[in-house]
Write a protein that binds this ligand. Sequence first.
Ligand SMILES: [Zn+2]
Length: 65
Amino acid sequence: MSEPVIPRPKSEFLQVECPDCNKVQRVFNHASTEVKCLVCNCLLAKPAGGKCKILGKIVEPEKKE
Ligand SMILES: [Zn+2]
């Protein structure tokens, strides 16, 4: 019962929920600039040493269908 290991790309999009207005938007987890909520301008993610620190609530990784 072993599933093949699918190599995960280092970078991906996440669905991040804004803590203020609950709007969910895509955030690139390796964004090199600050990512703000499109609705209320709340800071959702900021760059931190190559990777992005997500300040909002991560709902789920974006799924590929
Ligand atoms: Zn917001």
